[in-house]
Design a binder for this molecule. Sequence first.
Ligand code: HEC
Length: 96
Amino acid sequence: MADSANGQVIFEAKGCVMCHQKDMDTVGPSLRTIAIGYSGKEGTLVAYLKGQGSPIIDPARASVMAPQLVKIRTLFEEEFRDLAEYIVSSADRPVY
Ligand code: HEC
């Protein structure tokens, strides 16, 4: 079972939070927007994070996101799954 709390630690440590807020689209789409887009497609999200997929949320701005994937290139398989779990679980959180 993927560990979303560890996914959050990675998300913060790698600086993803600079552009991705929980509920509000800023420089990048919010975690909620991404979670809704990848709902039921966690495997597809893991592949995207590994640099093996194509963007589906905002492909027109993919060039901003592409260099960010380099920062997580050395993660372990389990860590990619934790990160994906953290992102998709954002759709379940209540909005404050
Ligand atoms: C400099 C700002 C910036 C940073 C830092 C950033 N992102 Fe993004 N991200 C974006 C933008 C802009 C998009 C929208 C483009 C897109 O969807 O491809 C995006 C899109 C995404 C998507 C959706 C991709 C899709 O299918 O379209 C995911 C998942 C994502 N980011 C994860 C991350 C993770 C994980 C990190 C940290 C390693 C990160 N981002 C760091 C700007 C950023």
